[in-house]
Design a protein around this ligand. Structure first.
Ligand code: UT7
Length: 319
């Protein structure tokens, strides 16, 4: 019998602290009108001092576990996507595992920046399909505000913090239909945090982005992803009920929706309220649309993301 994985439950969590465009106007040379017109963003949530990535991930995970109707100890795999781990090690997945009082199962982090959750879900799906795990907790969580230069108007207006999670479990039929993961390190300098532990802290510890060039590659690449996943599964654009895109910029989201011939009513958009939460953006958007009843059981959902690396990928699933 072929094994598949399906989504059992979802959860999300945002820090309480909200930063509006009007507040940003007082911090850098920008305007609410510019930010809304170029990105669609109105506000973003920012972690308070001492509020960490694992703190956010724990709340989102508990909600996903509760929605799945299982106990934490039923989970036998934890995959956590983050660019902003609490510590160099142990991994955030291990720290989260301990918070949830789960012991012994494999737990590891995935670093693919904004595509992190797509990578994590693709990996967890493969563990379940091979029988190596039966119930996996998959998280995308970020305190991306900690790697933002708050004097750089080119990046500081775009990002926010948050966490989203899903629990997936083994099933006889999909569930997750397909996933495609890609990367090309040749683009490393267009979007990066130069400093790292391994290079002795050399260079800036904050995000540097050539926004315009990233924008162009993102739009073309996400268009290609849509063709790739539909062709691989002998599906057409009409088979997609919902697009759950990475929430980087409203204009990039609209371009991908046009490629799919999808009206914006079938696209889950959270970028206005969340900004770009990197690895948390897709699971946060998915959780929002599941909880408010837009995405229903049996519907077909396409998730996609694009981010630093560059990395990009998609997950096609029946909810
Ligand atoms: O999550 C993964 C990857 N990240 C992305 O996908 C982000 C991709 N890039 C973008 O979303 C867009 O490129 C941005 C929103 C970052 C920028 O929008 P844009 O339409 O590409 O603007 P631009 O970079 O071409 O800049 C246009 C002008 C420039 O001024 P000049 O040179 O024309 O005088 C910028 O200096 O807008 C200026 N500008 C700003 N003005 C007000 C840049 N940032 C700001 C700002 N407020 N915050």
């Amino acid at each position: 019998m072929t094994l598949y994985s399906r989504i059992l439950g979802t959860g999300g969590h945002l820090p309480r602290n909200v930063l509006t465009n009007q507040e940003l106007e007082r911090m850098v040379d920008t305007s609410d009108a510019w930010i809304r017109e170029r990105t669609g963003i109105r506000q973003r949530h920012i972690a308070e001092d001492g509020e960490t990535c694992v703190d956010l991930a724990e709340v989102a995970s508990r909600r996903a576990i509760e929605a799945a109707g299982i106990a934490p100890h039923d989970i036998d795999l934890i995959v956590m996507a983050t660019t902003t781990p609490d510590q160099t090690f142990p991994s955030s997945a291990c720290l989260l595992q301990n918070r949830l009082d789960i012991h012994g199962c494999a737990a590891f982090d995935v670093q693919a920046v904004c595509t992190g959750f797509i990578y994590a879900l693709g990996i967890a799906d493969k563990f379940i399909r091979t029988g190596a795990a039966t119930k996996a907790l998959v998280i995308g969580a970020e305190t991306i505000s900690r790697i933002i230069d708050w004097t750089d108007r080119g990046t500081c207006v775009l990002f926010g913090d948050g966490a989203g999670a899903v629990v997936i479990g083994a099933a006889d039929e999909p569930g997750i239909i397909d996933s495609h993961l890609h990367a090309d390190g040749a683009y490393r300098e267009l979007l990066q945090v130069p400093a790292g532990i391994g290079n002795g802290g050399n260079g800036s510890p904050f995000m540097e982005m050539k926004g315009n060039e990233v924008f162009r590659v993102a739009v073309t690449t996400l268009g290609r992803i849509v063709d790739e996943v539909l062709e691989a599964n002998a599906m057409t654009r009409a088979d997609i009920d919902w697009l759950v895109p990475h929430q980087a910029n409203m204009r990039i989201i609209q371009a991908t929706a046009r490629k799919l011939d999808l009206p914006m009513e079938q696209v889950v958009v959270t970028v206005e309220e969340h900004g770009n939460t990197s690895a948390a953006s897709v699971p946060l958007a998915f959780d929002a649309a599941v909880r408010d009843g837009r995405i229903e059981r049996g519907q077909t959902v396409l998730m996609e993301a694009f981010g630093g690396g560059f990395t990009w990928g998609s997950v096609l699933l029946r909810y």
